[in-house]
Design a protein around this ligand. Structure first.
Ligand code: ZN
Length: 332
């Protein structure tokens, strides 16, 4: 048979380790009973979990997902009786959800090779839910595979972590992301500059990079943020406060301050090194290079003020007052 069977896994650029772990388990028919996929958001963990569920139950292939068979199709549409997805309800995953899944898992697969239970944001399991999972992880039926997903490994109970095979989702280097985007069927035709920017800003995540390139809303928002940031850095006379109030209404205020901080950081780095390659916001390279009239100390002070504001923003303070105070400090 053609090697279409491993199609899918090979698309996980930069996640060779995760792919290798699964392919090994599949090809030797020695799947672990529990995997824990961990790494920051937007690194493709959920997509990978679905692919793994398909590969485990694919009717055509022993080492991957064909994408065409009844089983692959059903899993993709969320209709497969042997694949269960558990997501947080509200702020956590409740014991009742685990109980239901365990009840379903108490009998053998209907159609597939194995029953697969995917637990999204597994670190949000309540303590009773985690304890209930622990019991089944200690004595799992042979036909059951758990795929746990977390963006915060440190919050997972050690007793659970120690019973899973750990599958890391790493930060993908920007040049690999750029290469991926360039070769992408739909996105490859975008201007190279835009692809480079997305790869640099994606924080090691292919998913994030794709989102950046394909979202015009994202580009527009960025334009607006840059305008405001420049006005703040250059102390222009525009009415920054009313712009910021708008953002407050859109609940984008922290988003904006993250952006402002990254611009300030870029200005600081460029002023002290004159090294273009260290600038993160490369789509504003020329503008950042052009901001020259701020001293190193002043920029550093601004960064600290923004950081302090962000740190306190979770507190029940009067946001308007806090913002006014911040703007005065940034201007001063
Ligand atoms: Zn298949």
């Amino acid at each position: 048979m053609e090697r279409v069977d491993i199609m899918g896994f090979d698309n996980f650029v930069g996640q060779e380790k995760a792919v290798e772990i699964f392919k090994r388990g599949l090809s030797r028919k020695k799947l672990n009973h529990a995997y824990l996929l961990y790494g920051s958001e937007e690194r493709g963990k959920l997509t990978f979990a679905f692919l793994a569920a398909r590969a485990i139950n694919c009717l055509n292939s022993q080492e991957g997902a064909c994408g065409d068979c009844v089983s692959c199709q059903k899993i993709e549409k969320g209709l497969h009786p042997d694949v269960t997805i558990i997501s947080p309800q509200g702020n956590n995953i409740k014991i009742e959800q685990l109980r239901q899944a365990k009840a379903q898992a108490s009998y053998r697969p209907n159609e597939g090779e194995k029953k697969v239970i995917v637990i999204k944001e597994a670190h949000l399991m309540s303590l009773p839910a985690a304890n209930s999972l622990l019991k089944i992880l200690e004595e799992p039926p042979f036909y059951l595979v758990f795929i746990l997903i977390t963006s915060d490994l440190a919050l997972m109970p050690y007793t659970i972590v120690s019973r899973c095979q750990l599958v890391p989702f790493n930060q993908v280097p920007a040049n690999e992301i750029f290469q991926f985007l360039k070769e992408h069927e739909q996105l490859g035709s975008f201007p190279e500059e835009q692809l480079k920017t997305a790869a640099t800003l994606a924080d090691g995540s292919i998913g994030q990079a794709i989102k950046i390139v394909s979202s015009t809303e994202w580009q527009e928002r960025r334009k607006r943020y840059f305008q405001m940031s420049r006005d703040i850095v250059l102390n222009s006379d525009t009415d920054i406060f009313s712009c910021i109030e708008e953002l407050m209404e859109e609940e984008k205020i922290l988003d904006f301050f993250d952006f402002l901080e990254s611009i300030l950081r870029d200005c600081l780095v460029y002023q002290s090194t004159e090294e273009e390659s260290l600038i993160i916001n490369i789509d504003y390279l020329q503008e950042i290079k052009g901001i020259k009239n701020k001293s190193y100390r002043k920029l550093l002070k601004m960064i600290r003020e923004v950081e302090r504001f962000k740190k306190n923003s979770g507190l029940p303070l009067n946001k308007r007052l806090a913002l006014e105070a911040l703007l005065v400090k940034l201007k001063g």
